[in-house]
Design a protein around this ligand. Structure first.
Ligand code: HEC
Ligand code: HEC
Length: 435
């Protein structure tokens, strides 16, 4: 079933790819040279016209003030959201805010290399997943099943939150995060906040009289802040500027981009879309779908000490509405790769600590499984060891780059991985050309 679904998924992607190749550059078979592919891609992208979402001017604007973003651009609700986002007093410990795990100075992601962050009243309760970047989430659609059955969109790595406002409920109340025991707890802290009066002005004089209403407005303010503030979506990476034709790529970056896009090499763009949308929108490096790539179990996560505990993404245990969909067990959201080079942990469980290993895993998962999974005394390798046996067949083994078997050459050599890393480095926000 899953194989069939992935087949469809893959076919769709291939169609898109060949349409794009066909319409812009002779024929797909002309792409024997990787460099040609990337140049062609660049031509095609600029041919699509200027983006509306990420104008070249945004890099100029954001150069002025990085940390104190102009409140003038924000609605009153979003301006409150900016304060709430940084307010540690809304946590049981008094030490944790959204910004603690989603640091604005680190692409709104965690700054340390812990696989999971610590929360709770005494900051000693471990979480279950690595903290993602909050950049560019404004364009994530709400969760839905596409016409061909592909799960798409939604917030969190399992898409269980339909909107950013709904998403914001959980960190405030989760025992391993800000750990308020009730909405009334949150309201009590809010009443003491320096912006309490401003909150009443924006949401009505009675807003602090009812915990449900106040909580609802807090999460709405957090949503509006993430949607409105350009700090969350500046579109000023070197790649954006390359697409706009205002900077040139170095050779290694060009090679990396070509490998990233090439359907027979990295094939990364099949899921992490790298070209502009038909409407000229800037690429987000995700197609908003889900996949099971068989990331190894991470023994650094305390919950994993229990051999019967498995984080199965779409099918639970956090997400509860798809537990009967055995075919979706182990699938996690395709993350955006913008700012990925600033991360210190990779994948949903933070199993890898650098990009070299993360990409090495992709291309040598099946050719050299002993590098990634436990090896028994008899030499056998426990592949896909973060999935119960009955779900190991869900792992994607058909798409490039993980369509290999023992004895085959990896899809990317060590040097090619270095080129892809160089390219991924161009996806960091805030690039300023040095002349
Ligand atoms: C203790 C660390 C921690 C704190 C504090 C925290 N988060 Fe998170 N955040 C996480 C983790 C871990 C995830 C991934 C959760 C998952 O996939 O189930 C996450 C996921 C998210 C997502 C979903 C991102 C995506 O790709 O869909 C959003 C949005 C978010 N957090 C916003 C917030 C807001 C707003 C606050 C403050 C109210 C907050 N977070 C507080 C750790 C934290
Ligand atoms: C078939 C879809 C697919 C393809 C092809 C693919 N990826 Fe991914 N990628 C994913 C999914 C799904 C995840 C999240 C998996 C998880 O967390 O368990 C991911 C995660 C990542 C991450 C971790 C990001 C983070 O924030 O932790 C990196 C880095 C990455 N991919 C790079 C690449 C590169 C480079 C290639 C090409 C060599 C590639 N991907 C090809 C689906 C894909």
């Amino acid at each position: 079933m899953q194989q069939e679904k992935i087949g469809i998924h893959h076919m769709l992607k291939k169609t898109v790819m060949s349409q794009f190749l066909g319409s812009n550059c002779a024929t797909a078979s002309a792409f024997t040279s990787k460099l040609t592919l990337s140049l062609c891609l660049a031509t095609m992208i600029s041919a699509c016209g200027g983006g509306t979402s990420g104008s070249a001017n945004s890099s100029v604007a954001s150069g002025a003030v990085a940390s104190s973003s102009a409140d003038a651009d924000l609605s009153p609700q979003a301006a409150l959201g900016a304060k709430i986002f940084r307010d540690t007093s809304l946590s049981a410990s008094g030490k944790l805010a959204c910004a603690s795990c989603h640091n604005p100075d680190n692409a709104h992601a965690q700054t340390n290399d812990l696989s999971v962050q610590l929360g709770g009243k005494n900051l000693d309760v471990p979480g279950f997943r690595a903290a993602p970047s909050l950049r560019y989430l404004n364009l994530t659609p709400t969760f839905f099943f596409a016409a061909d059955g592909t799960p798409t969109g939604g917030f969190n790595r399992d898409g269980r939150a339909l909107t950013l406002a709904i998403q914001a409920q959980r960190p405030l109340l989760a025992a391993h995060e800000m750990a308020n025991t009730s909405k009334a707890d949150v309201l009590a802290s809010l009443k003491r906040a320096s912006y309490a009066e401003q909150f009443r002005q924006v949401f009505g004089a009675a807003v602090l009289d009812d915990a449900d209403t106040a909580f609802d407005r807090i999460t709405f303010a957090l949503q509006q802040y993430q949607k409105e503030d350009k700090d969350f979506h500046p579109y000023d990476s070197k790649y954006d500027q390359f697409l706009a034709g205002t900077v040139k790529f170095e050779d290694a970056e060009l090679r990396g981009l070509a490998l990233f896009n090439n359907p027979t090499k990295g094939n990364c763009a099949a899921c992490h879309i790298s070209s502009k949308g038909a409407d000229g929108s800037s690429p987000l490096f995700t197609d908003f779908t889900y996949d099971n790539i068989g990331v190894p179990r991470n023994t650094d996560i305390p919950a994993n000490a229990d051999a019967t505990y498995f984080d199965l993404g779409l099918c639970g245990p956090d997400r509860q509405d798809l537990t009967a969909r055995a075919d979706l067990c182990g699938a996690f959201k395709v993350p955006m790769l913008r700012n990925v080079a600033t991360r210190k942990v990779f994948f949903h469980n933070g199993r890898f600590k650098n990009l070299r290993d993360a990409i090495g895993f992709y291309v040598r998962r099946d050719t050299n499984p002993e590098e990634w999974y436990p090896v028994a005394a008899d030499g056998s390798v426990a592949k896909f060891n973060d999935l119960p046996a009955q779900y190991q067949g869900n792992v994607n083994v058909t798409e490039v780059p993980y369509n290999r078997t023992l004895g085959m050459a990896p899809a990317l050599s060590a040097d090619e991985i270095e080129d892809v890393i160089k390219f991924l480095g161009t996806l960091n926000d805030g690039y300023k050309a040095t002349k």
